[in-house]
Design a protein around this ligand. Structure first.
Ligand code: DGL
Length: 273
């Protein structure tokens, strides 16, 4: 069996904030990033469409030789991960793995919240799926969860408006709404991989005593723990220290914007799923 890169998938640019943290922790591995920019955003799409698109991406990354794929997208993790793991993987190749970003994030919440009131800020799709509520209930059933859909936040990031006065308006509006709905919230999960770009503004409008959970470092640590527990998977990952970037839309657009997310210049290739 031939070893391959770790596949990292997102609807667009958001997953780069996760890849950046994973590479920081584990620079030795090879990575293959795929952004489905031509069909982003996923956050307002139906369950079936997100599942269908995500499955296509996973198949594609498997064909490129990845044995392990990370869905670096909360919307895809919320709507497609379980079906892919339970229904598709046994048929596609039971020895490969697909992991998401929600479980590693939920694992840290129990230790952070003192009031046991937690807020989730995410895409409408992630909030509607109630996946965060279900996963938190499994680990910390005493926690009360309130989900706040932020439909404008991903478009602000995708359209380079995350630093504009328009962003101030929408960030403040959603934070105030969440805290009005549950004033006891002391911990807020940023449940979308695009949101780290809005972090400056989110911090500005979030009361200082509210703990913000930015998931990238937790996802990276959880992956590192997973690979330590699974040496058979570790052996199937190549260690050249490289990262390749694939997009379903224009490569030059991707390169320009992705540089902001990754914090370094990169070269992208356009592919068709
Ligand atoms: N980055 C994705 C997430 O974490 C959402 C972006 C989108 O709506 O496509 O949920």
């Amino acid at each position: 069996m031939k070893a391959g890169a770790i596949g990292v998938f997102d609807s667009g640019y958001g997953g780069l904030t996760i890849l950046r943290q994973i590479r920081r922790l584990m620079p030795q591995y090879d990575y293959l990033y795929l952004g489905d920019n031509a069909r982003a955003p996923y956050g307002t799409r139906s369950f079936n469409i997100v599942y269908e698109f995500t499955l296509q991406a996973v198949r594609y990354l498997f064909e490129q030789g990845c044995h392990l794929v990370i869905l670096a997208c909360n919307t895809a993790s919320a709507k497609a991960l379980r079906s892919i793991q339970q229904r598709d993987l046994p048929e596609l190749d039971p020895s490969r793995r697909v992991l998401g970003v929600i479980r590693p994030t939920v694992e840290v919440v129990g230790n952070k919240s003192k009031t046991r009131h937690v807020g989730i800020m995410a895409t409408p799709g992630t909030v509607r799926s109630r996946t965060y509520e279900l996963e938190i209930a499994k680990l910390s059933p005493d926690i009360h969860v309130t989900g706040e859909a932020c439909p404008m936040w991903v478009p602000l990031v995708e359209n380079d408006e995350y630093d504009s006065p328009g962003a101030d308006y929408f960030v403040r509006q959603r934070i105030e709404n969440l805290l009005r709905r549950d004033p006891l919230i002391d911990t807020v999960i940023l449940g979308c991989t695009h949101y780290p770009l809005l972090l400056g503004k989110i911090r500005q409008y979030m009361p200082q005593d509210v703990c913000l959970i930015d998931q990238g470092p937790y996802v990276a640590q959880s992956l590192s723990d997973y690979l330590r527990r699974h040496p058979e998977m570790q052996e199937r990952i190549t260690t050249g220290g490289t990262a390749r970037f694939l997009t379903t839309d224009q490569a030059d657009d991707f390169q320009t914007k992705a540089t902001v997310f990754m914090g370094e210049p990169l070269v992208a290739e356009r592919v068709q799923l």
